[in-house]
Design a protein around this ligand. Structure first.
Ligand code: FEO
Length: 169
């Protein structure tokens, strides 16, 4: 059985993951609007992964015989100014999610909930990758600037990202 404190933060994390999906979808719509199909694809794939992240916690709570309490999802910002600004926002958001996951890891350890402590390791590893992915694109955008030809090449590269369902293992 999971204690109430850990259950609460896991329920909150479901909300944060679904909010993340919403945020990435807003970004995808922005990129689509300005004609950057690869950037639009990359952020849309990320949105689907965020839904998986939320569902993995949802299923974990059900498996542990815990009540799932879904909360209201805030609307995301919808105004963006450039690909670089969006990816800097992504990195900032992912750092926030990492700190939230760190808190769950710390709390489950403190509450001697070793099953949750083990479960959350998957998310700790995932966050390292998420921050790196955003940083890699920021590096390229800073390196090449807003030059149209290089933006076209980065866009082409981001078009290759394919969705693969994320599962807990
Ligand atoms: Fe599920 Fe991007 O954190």
């Amino acid at each position: 059985m999971i204690n109430d404190k850990v259950k609460e933060v896991l329920n909150e994390q479901i909300n944060k993951e679904f909010y993340s999906a919403y945020l990435y979808l807003a970004m995808s719509a922005y990129f689509d609007d300005i004609g950057l199909c690869g950037f639009a694809n990359w952020t849309k794939v990320q949105a689907r992964e965020e839904v998986d992240h939320g569902m993995i916690i949802f299923d974990y709570l059900i498996d542990r015989d815990c009540k799932v309490t879904l909360k209201q999802i805030d609307y995301p910002e919808n105004d963006f100014s450039s690909p670089l600004q969006v990816f800097e926002r992504i990195l900032e958001h992912e750092k926030y999610v990492t700190s939230s996951i760190d808190c769950i890891a710390y709390m489950s350890q403190e509450e001697c909930d070793m099953a949750t402590r083990n479960f959350i390791n998957w998310y700790l590893t995932e966050q390292v990758e998420e921050e790196k992915n955003a940083s890699d694109v920021i590096t390229k955008l800073k390196l090449f600037g807003d030059e149209k030809a290089s933006l076209f090449l980065i866009d082409k590269e981001l078009l290759d990202r394919e969705y693969k369902k994320h599962t807990f293992s």
